[in-house]
Design a protein around this ligand. Sequence first.
Ligand SMILES: *Cc1c(COP(=O)(O)O)cnc(C)c1O
Length: 440
Amino acid sequence: MILKQSGSRGFRAYTSKHLDELLKRAGLGEEDRLRIRAVATVLPFRTNAYVVDELIDWSAVPDDPIYRLVFPQADMLPAHDVERLADLLRNGASTAEINAAAHEVRMRLNPHPAGQLNLNVPRIGAEPVQGMQHKYPETVLFFPKQGQTCHAYCTYCFRWAQFVGEADLKIASDDIGQLIAYLREHPEVNSVLFTGGDPMIMGEPVLRRYIEPLLELEQLDSIRIGTKSLAYWPQRFVTDPDADATLRLFEEVVKAGKNLAFMAHFSHPREMEAATLQQAVRRILDTGAVIRTQAPLIRGINDDAKTWATMWRRQHRMGMVPYYMFVERDTGPQDYFAVPLARGYEIFRDAYASVSGLCRTVRGPSMSATPGKVCVDGITEVAGQRVFVLHLIQARDPELVGRPFFARYDPRATWLTDLRPAFADRFPFETEVQPARLSA
Ligand SMILES: *Cc1c(COP(=O)(O)O)cnc(C)c1O
């Protein structure tokens, strides 16, 4: 196999070009492989030698959770779409023809949930600022242009639109000056979150260009980096040529009096077993940075309480702080991976109940939806009616944070939009009664 290699990092990316060969390793027949390749024309596929050789248990494929985490599945998309794309591949259709068909399928997949492209666009004067989101008063998200890929892609990723060649779907900027100007106009912002993609895909000199100017801003308490690199390429902090320089950069952030919060995405306890990962965690913590962990709850990958309890305990032992359990978002293959809210709540509760108080820093299950982060606190009976008890952990409107509200119990609901208010004609974050509900 000829692999993409970058410098002396030893990092090798496998892309859709290598998919067929990798699927043969999974022992899949020709028709199965073709249907999976058809899905990979629509949803991005990328993994690497570490994930393939160290994380996946090939004897357990196709049920292995890490295999399911990175390899597309034939039933992730509607069957008729998969058949049509598989036919095109089978008949040797041109790249242009395949891309056109794939584009059509993508546009039906809700590529930007929660109004991401138009709701949170910040402005300086009347000018929209590219590559930023400002949804909650104290936190700004920044998408560095060079950070718009990952060491491997998760099949359930809600940001998949960032990785396919659809220019209109991308959010990114390389203008740190604009971010600084925006922050000076918004002294209420005390936290900048670098996200992507994965900012840790950037080499140290580029990362430094984004981070260093922020250290001058007195208003900032924290700089966060959202990343899956610890799980997918821990070498980034141990043996990569710029590993030491990166750790020095983290140290400088801490010395400047800021909290460097490394927001690590771990989906499964298996990702925490490798010796390289353990070294990477130790080295990052030694800089004075804090590692907080988060992941979505995904059917067929981590949808049981024991997996979460094991994950939180292992993280805790290593000095990481469990932060969020997310509900899989309403985008792309959500139908395929979704766990009903009622079941998600049970999993969270059972896992939470079985760990020490020191792990109970975690919150969830939480939906990052248009009005904010909605947490499912429980299922109970009030005045003879079975209901979900919910609250907003984060909200566009801070007035709503931390106030309980109710929704009618529905065992099949998988997202906020499936829920109906209980004891009220609208949810607290709705300004008017939803027209669809009047006729219901
Ligand atoms: C989760 C999230 C944040 C950070 O929220 P915290 O509760 O402070 O972790 C910021 N912006 C968006 C859009 C988010 O989804």
